[in-house]
Design a protein around this ligand. Structure first.
Ligand code: ADE
Length: 247
């Protein structure tokens, strides 16, 4: 390397194990995420789980022991796919996307984004054989209390949430500090031109030029919205707000 040449950090490496590789990069192939991928800030390796099927029918699923509806993904096939991903980057969390998982939070997104990358397993059918989940160090995450037809859309959501936090992806880094969940609160409302829209005026405080008043109005709005919409978040955030005020 020439002296003075900048060292290019390794891209944040995502491996997606899926039966539908054609669903990727999907929406990650446009705008912010695509520009970041072109600049090698992150990379995407999409692996078709089917290529690890080894019997003559290339089967990847089978009927559930004990009976019941649907099919279950075979542990041997999925384990082979996971092991090849571990070989490609051992220090990355392996995440199985499932509505049975722990709810994904912005703080877990921050942790994942600060590492070397991630391996995401997308299930289909009724689910995957439980033994493969316990025989490897696999975290189970849900992106919300509803059921998708597979993990692919959830994987896209996880990658999108992480990629925008990687250094150099979002231009104005301060916009990341003010957004929802950063201080345990939902974000305050935004306004732009025109000053009057369908008889509704922009709140006068935002036109005042008084930055301290604007800051405290936004803070009060964020607290109100969090209290009204997300009682679960407000349990912690409200206590923290009361602490701040007491100082
Ligand atoms: N797969 C199906 N539904 C899901 C959800 N809500 N979260 C994560 N993965 C899923």
């Amino acid at each position: 390397m020439m002296s003075g040449e900048a060292i290019q950090p390794k891209p944040w490496l995502t491996t997606v194990l899926t039966l539908y590789p054609e669903m990727f990069p999907g929406p990650l192939g446009i705008a912010l995420a695509e520009r970041a991928r072109e600049r090698s800030i992150w990379s995407l390796d999409c692996v078709n789980i089917r290529q690890y099927a080894h019997d003559k029918h290339h089967s990847i699923d089978d009927e559930p022991y004990g009976g019941g509806p649907g099919m279950v993904m075979r542990p041997d096939v999925l384990a082979a796919a996971i092991d090849s991903s571990i070989a490609a980057g051992a220090h990355r969390p392996i995440i199985y996307l499932t509505p049975r998982g722990t709810p994904l939070t912005q703080s877990r997104v921050r942790e994942i984004a600060s590492g070397e990358g991630v391996t995401l397993i997308c299930g289909r059918f009724e689910g995957v054989d439980e033994r493969v989940l316990t025989s490897r160090d696999i975290e189970q995450l849900s992106i919300g209390d509803y059921v998708l037809s597979g993990g692919e859309i959830a994987a896209l959501a996880v990658i999108d949430a992480c990629v925008r936090l990687l250094p150099g992806v979002v231009g104005a880094a301060e916009s990341l500090h003010e957004e929802s969940f950063e201080q345990g609160l939902l974000e305050y409302p935004h306004y732009t031109r025109p000053r009057s829209f369908e008889g509704k005026d922009v709140p006068a405080v935002l036109l005042s030029g008084n930055h301290e008043r604007i800051r405290s109005w936004r803070r009060a709005q964020a607290e109100k919205i969090t209290r009204e919409r997300r009682a679960d978040l407000w349990v912690d955030a409200g206590a923290e707000c009361a602490n701040q005020r007491a100082k």
